[in-house]
Design a protein around this ligand. Structure first.
Ligand SMILES: N[C@@H](CCC(=O)N[C@@H](CS)C(=O)NCC(=O)O)C(=O)O
Length: 209
């Protein structure tokens, strides 16, 4: 049985959502962030050395890193759903967006979070961070202007992986300048599986950055 180690208000929401989309049996183990530090509880280190979420176990397998988990679950249990075949015309685009979320787009948002903690001391870095956030969001906006979902006309795993970037941008009030992305986020929220994931894992209350 698949076991998802779910941390409240975290990237594990996307794995929970995927599991609901796939309709495959799974179990959630809830972990709670420390109220002051916002860090994961130490027991997560017993599951994986990084002590972060998401992480899943499935029989003898332990898989960490959201992109790897999403690929593992989709390929093992998806029966061809949500993951374009290697020969499909949108396979390259899908691979790009699967990696872009954590490999490119998250970095300026993480910098905004940490540099924001420096107060005035971080001020010299802010214009560069803001221009990088705008650079990434504008590219995403242009893509969704061409087709409804990141990898083309159909919803795929890449939309789940990219959704966390949309959520963070939305909490920071940034999506008002990107109507295509705001429309996509609404379409994603409207999916019944997304709503079930929120019911089971709790609302996504993310730190503003
Ligand atoms: N790139 C990793 C990031 C994992 C990660 O940093 N998770 C955060 C939650 S969003 C976490 O566990 N933070 C708690 C901590 O670092 O103690 C992924 O996408 O899975």
């Amino acid at each position: 049985m698949i076991k998802l180690h779910h941390l409240n208000n975290s990237r594990s929401h996307r794995v929970l959502w995927l599991l609901e989309e796939l309709g495959t049996p799974y179990e959630i183990v809830h972990h709670k962030r420390d109220a002051t530090t916002r860090l994961a509880p130490p027991e997560l280190k017993k599951i994986h050395p990084l002590g972060k979420s998401p992480v899943i176990t499935d029989g003898t397998q332990t898989v960490a890193e959201s992109g790897a988990i999403i690929e593992y679950l989709t390929k093992t249990y998806g029966k061809g759903k949500f993951w374009p075949a290697d020969s499909a015309p949108n396979w390259v685009a899908h691979t790009h967006w699967m990696h872009f979320a954590e490999g490119s787009a998250m970095l300026p948002f993480m910098l905004a979070l940490y540099v924001g903690m420096l107060g005035e001391g971080g001020a010299p870095l802010k214009p560069r961070i803001e221009s990088e956030i705008a650079n990434h969001l504008a590219y995403m906006e242009e893509t969704i202007g061409k087709h409804d979902y990141f990898a083309g006309k159909d919803f795929t795993a890449a939309d789940i992986q990219m959704s966390f970037i949309l959520e963070i941008a939305d909490r920071g009030g940034r999506l008002k300048d990107y109507p295509n992305l705001a429309g996509l986020l609404k379409r994603l929220h409207d999916r019944p599986a997304h709503q079930r994931a929120i019911e089971k894992g709790g609302p996504l209350e993310l730190t503003r950055r």
